[in-house]
Design a protein around this ligand. Structure first.
Ligand SMILES: Cc1cc2nc3c(=O)[nH]c(=O)nc-3n(C[C@H](O)[C@H](O)[C@H](O)COP(=O)(O)OP(=O)(O)OC[C@H]3O[C@@H](n4cnc5c(N)ncnc54)[C@H](O)[C@@H]3O)c2cc1C
Length: 536
């Protein structure tokens, strides 16, 4: 019997395991379906896509995408301590202040900024926007490839503004990304939050335990049924069960446990515990597409995984293997009248192609554009009552005309950047991309090549309305003793990468669970300090 049982040691689960076990009188059990993060590739930044379709990856995919030529799109998700933060591209972005204001009371920018700062250990030090001394290392990339510099120069040459801090006063502009690294190595949520506290006597971490269903007694969640190999395990929770399985797996676990649409559950002979009409709905993500170019100069990351660079990485935490691949990028507005950017760029000094599943076979670079405020919505559903079967996922990428318009304009700008200035001079020709810059050709290319930018959210949506899966305290509606804390509760995806936002969300959730006054309210009690306007 534990006070809290947490399902999933990903970005959110690691934060909660740390913060809840700060109280020595509270016992915490963290269950993770994957194994420990002992694979060296987890910690070697440039190798992140080498983890795709390995034991560290759930290897999900969409069943088909009706607006993307009926393709199955690959959806990697971390299955290891640290979850997706152990296999991600490590770009540290918070999004736009408007994103949080749209989430509403409790989660507005002013309420979230203190949690971003609490989590952060920014190499640049502390200021109005940034924290220092928190668990999550945020650093400058140590490998600044000349191709990424050429991208920045070409973009600025085309009139886009430079931006040295996308998480500061302005989000718009082009520049280097800060990354979640410490000493050149990946700072996953496990590295940041879990490993430093693994020896706490009140924290138990169990790996290779797949949670199959939640246990209810009289409408209250009292435990988790799990499986390790063929052994069935029951772990009971005195206070709460907290589901942190991520956007695809959390709704799956809820539905397997009888929380969902009764007619669908009954069809699969799953006993209904509570009617929750929107579990698994509202799935959305940043669709991403772009182009890949060849170069003659041997300066890209092709061939970087060699003994010399490995030795440099191991001895000094330096060299090309510290590259997070998506080294640079930026944010633009593709049309007048937008309140905030609608496109984000990720530049890779490598031939990042075929959803990252096929290594580039020569020197080159890739530039992707993703739509930041997608209006297309998909779903996660059960195809089977077998808890080890994969859920059915449809994203409906590019269903909404506004997403299509942003993508066409964003990809066109990315082509213009790649084909002009210093980057254009380095390029010896396009390898993958649209046949021309016309709307029709760009759209045909985008539908044929669109991939995930790995930021799915929304399937256990937070809100005040009866359809919301969790309330503003992230408590699952209709039952007691159960919360969901992960990317799935985000009602809308922030305009940017989602690891930092999930970690800040979990920091705030930890205070809610512990019944502590949220940081913004604590600070409001202090005398007001003069400060610049929030990011946006
Ligand atoms: C390839 C890739 C690249 C990305 N790049 C970036 C980036 O550069 N910057 C950025 O900010 N974000 C990036 N992201 C997104 C970011 O990493 C995620 O949004 C974030 O990690 C999600 O956190 P989470 O806690 O919701 O889920 P996860 O971190 O995925 O955690 C879920 C955990 O639950 C476990 N679990 C699931 N089901 C069960 C079960 N039934 N029983 C037991 N355990 C279970 C999983 O194994 C996993 O450990 C990327 C993601 C991927 C996959």
């Amino acid at each position: 019997m534990y006070d809290y049982v947490i399902v999933g040691a990903g970005s959110a689960g690691c934060v909660l395991a740390n913060r809840l076990s700060e109280d020595p009188d509270v016992s915490v059990l963290l269950l993770e379906a994957g194994g420990p993060d002992t694979n060296d590739l987890v910690h070697l930044p440039a190798a992140f896509s080498a983890l795709y379709r390995t034991a560290q990856d759930w290897d999900h995919s969409t069943i088909y995408e009706p607006y993307a030529n009926d393709r199955r799109i690959y959806l990697p998700r971390g299955k290891v301590l640290g979850g997706s933060s152990s296999i991600n591209a490590m770009v540290y972005i918070r999004g736009n202040s408007l994103d949080y204001d749209e989430w509403g009371p409790g989660w507005t920018w002013d309420e979230m900024l203190p949690y971003f700062k609490l989590s952060e250990d920014n190499e640049r030090g502390e200021d109005h926007y940034h924290g220092a001394g928190g668990p999550l290392a945020v650093s400058e990339g140590r490998s600044r490839n000349p191709l990424a510099q050429a991208f920045i120069d070409s973009a600025i040459g085309r009139g886009l503004p430079a931006n040295e801090d996308f998480n500061g006063a302005e989000q718009d502009g082009i520049g280097w990304y800060q990354v979640t690294h410490r000493n050149g190595a990946r700072a996953s949520a496990a590295v940041a939050y879990l490993h430093p506290v693994m020896d706490r006597p009140n924290l138990t971490v169990e790996t290779h335990v797949h949670a199959l269903s939640l246990l209810f007694e009289d409408g209250r969640a009292v435990g988790v049924v799990g499986m390790r190999l063929s052994e069935m395990l029951v772990h009971r929770a005195e206070r709460e069960v907290i589901v942190c399985g991520g956007t695809y797996n959390s709704p799956q676990l809820l539905m397997l446990s009888g929380l969902g649409r009764p007619e669908e559950l009954e069809e699969l002979q799953i006993e209904v515990v509570a009617e929750l009409p929107e579990v698994g709905l509202n799935l959305h993500d940043h669709p991403n597409s772009g182009a890949v170019y060849a170069i003659d100069e041997e300066i890209s990351l092709f061939g970087a995984l060699n003994e010399e660079n490995l030795a440099l990485f191991e001895a000094e935490g330096r060299g090309p293997l510290t590259s997070n691949v998506a080294e640079a990028g930026g944010f633009i507005r593709t049309r007048d009248g937008l309140e905030a950017p609608d496109i984000q760029f990720h530049f890779a000094p490598a031939r990042f192609q075929s959803e990252g599943l096929v290594p580039g076979d020569g020197h080159g670079f890739a530039l992707g554009a993703c739509a930041l405020q997608p209006k297309s919505r998909g779903f996660v559903a059960l195809g089977s009552p077998d808890p080890t079967a994969k859920p059915l996922i449809v994203h409906n990428y590019l269903e909404h005309p506004d997403d299509v318009a942003s993508m066409i304009a964003g990809v066109r700008t990315s082509l213009e950047i790649c084909e002009s200035g210093p980057l254009g001079e380095l390029s010896t020709g396009m390898l993958i991309g649209p046949e021309s810059h016309s709307d029709e050709d760009i759209l045909a290319h985008v539908r044929a090549r669109v991939q995930t930018l790995y930021h799915p959210v929304g399937t256990c949506r937070m809100g005040d309305d009866p359809g919301a899966v969790v309330d503003r305290q992230l408590r699952v509606q209709g039952v007691e003793g159960l919360r969901v804390v992960d990317a799935s509760v985000m009602p809308t995806v922030p305009r940017g990468n989602t690891n930092g936002p999930v970690i800040a969300l979990a920091e705030r959730a930890a205070d809610l669970i512990r019944g502590r006054t949220p940081l913004a309210s604590q600070q409001a009690e202090l005398p007001a300090a003069s400060s610049p306007a929030p990011a946006g």
